[in-house]
Design a protein around this ligand. Sequence first.
Ligand code: 5RP
Length: 224
Amino acid sequence: MSSTIDQAKEAAGRAAAELVSPAMRVGLGTGSTVHWTIVALGERAAALELTCVATSARTEALARELGLRVVTPDEAGRLDITIDGADEVDEAANLTKGGGGAHTREKIVAAMAARFVVVVDDSKLVPQLGPFGTPLEVLDFAPGVVSDAVRALGALRVERVEQRSDNGNVLLRAYFPPIADPAALAAQLAAVPGLVEHGIFLGSTVDDVFVASMSGVRRLPGGR
Ligand code: 5RP
């Protein structure tokens, strides 16, 4: 029997799949919420004839197994829509992403899309980003040096994550106090040499957020 959160994830994921129409080029995110978007699209695969770009190896495997056509980002070029989950969503639709270590590919695929849609259960809503920890993908060359630089930006601690990214890079998690200015921190992190990508996605890149709770699915505007 599935939990309330599992049911909410399925509801949010399936609701966003309704935005997809035949022949669209679709970016597929990674995680247990967008899993249900992919399942819903797979159920209509023959009728939709989509061209999809996957943000991780596991999403690609699931999409192919369900009969969806998957191509590389370069083959797709532009996308009509990307749908993805998030670990935190603040009141301006700024996101923390990368709990599954896929945020670098997720950021690329989100930026390729005319519309970026986020699917979450309501446990992901926070007043300010930060408590989850900010995922970082860094080069293997000097993760300690990068961690020191991130601490110098205000991180209280930086932890190494066991897994590596699909790109073969090291994954870290940085714990900042509540992040009052995500755009400023995002710019500072982006300037750290050796830091491949951080998991702050600005609300200005988000079109819609589907939030599921016990009382149903709400669609909130993003910040774009
Ligand atoms: C993976 C991600 C996911 O979108 C995020 O972790 C949310 O996952 P879930 O829907 O399983 O809670 O950013 O890198």
